[in-house]
Design a protein around this ligand. Structure first.
Ligand code: MN
Length: 271
């Protein structure tokens, strides 16, 4: 019997200096992810016989995923396979996103609403071997809510994180990492009103995050949102650290419609 963690107790914190290729919300866009990795110089090989990816990074590089690997896109299961193989081989880190967390709760038998693209992920996982689904469950349950690299100079959290919470671990910190701060109110579309934490950020650490799609990544107070809405027909973006080089591949198509039209607006949009 696998022990189910109520609260992910993992927080990665180390002095690795990179280079890191930090990758925004993938949401099942496998083809674009593979393309982006190859554009960044990663060699991605698939061994059919073992159903396993072997990924070779450019010298000294590691990939870091900001979370939301799954939902809405066409091949969430294959994104999971690739990212799990990369993380297990030590070629990548990954933090949990709100969609990954919701899938995890579904897989451990919680009563979650099957919508916002989770219905597609469940359908895709339905075609996979039960052992694979178990592996996915354990992987998602093991993901950290945020990662500090380069001795805390680089912070990765799905929805970002205010400076005084860097390196802290409790349920509040975890929820902020996954969902971001909200006012507790709903807007006219019925979506939670979000607080713009990055506008008040004064920290020295660079915070890289995703969660709310933007048309273009933009630096604000040492923070940068690299979720450029690939699944909504935008693009998949990576940021190289410490060189701050942005690389993007365009979405092959519009896989899902965004409730808030992010392509027209760079602020206050919803994932
Ligand atoms: Mn997202």
């Amino acid at each position: 019997m696998v022990q189910i963690k109520e609260l992910s107790s993992y927080l990665v914190h180390n002095n690795e200096k990179g280079p890191f290729d930090i990758i925004g919300d993938v949401h099942g866009c496998f083809d674009e992810l593979k393309e982006l990795l190859e554009q960044l110089g990663y060699k991605v090989a698939f061994r059919e016989h073992h159903s396993k990816y072997t990924v070779t990074a450019p010298k000294g590089h590691k990939a870091v995923f900001v979370g939301d690997l799954v939902d809405r896109g066409p091949r969430s299961h294959e994104v999971l396979r690739l990212v799990m193989d990369m993380v297990e081989a030590g070629v990548a880190y990954c933090v949990s996103g709100n969609h990954d967390d919701k899938l995890y709760r579904k897989l451990i038998g919680r009563n979650v609403q099957i919508r916002h693209g989770l219905e597609l992920t469940m359908e895709q996982l339905g075609h996979c071997h039960p052992d694979f689904v178990t592996r996915v469950r354990d992987f998602l349950g093991s993901l950290p809510h945020h990662i500090l690299l380069d001795d805390g100079r680089l912070v990765i959290a799905h929805a970002g994180l205010a400076e005084h919470l860097h390196g802290r671990h409790n349920r509040t910190v975890r929820d902020l990492c996954l969902y971001g701060p909200t006012t507790g109110e709903l807007d006219k579309l019925g979506l939670p009103v979000r607080l713009d934490w990055a506008a008040n950020y004064t920290g020295h650490a660079i915070v890289v995050y995703g969660h709310t799609p933007v048309r273009e990544p933009k630096w604000r107070n040492n923070t940068i949102n690299i979720d450029t809405g690939c699944v909504f027909g935008g693009k998949l973006t990576s940021l190289m650290y410490p060189d701050h080089i942005l690389t993007s591949v365009p979405a092959h198509k519009v896989y899902a419609e965004s409730v808030r039209p992010f392509l027209q607006d760079n602020h206050s949009v919803s994932a």
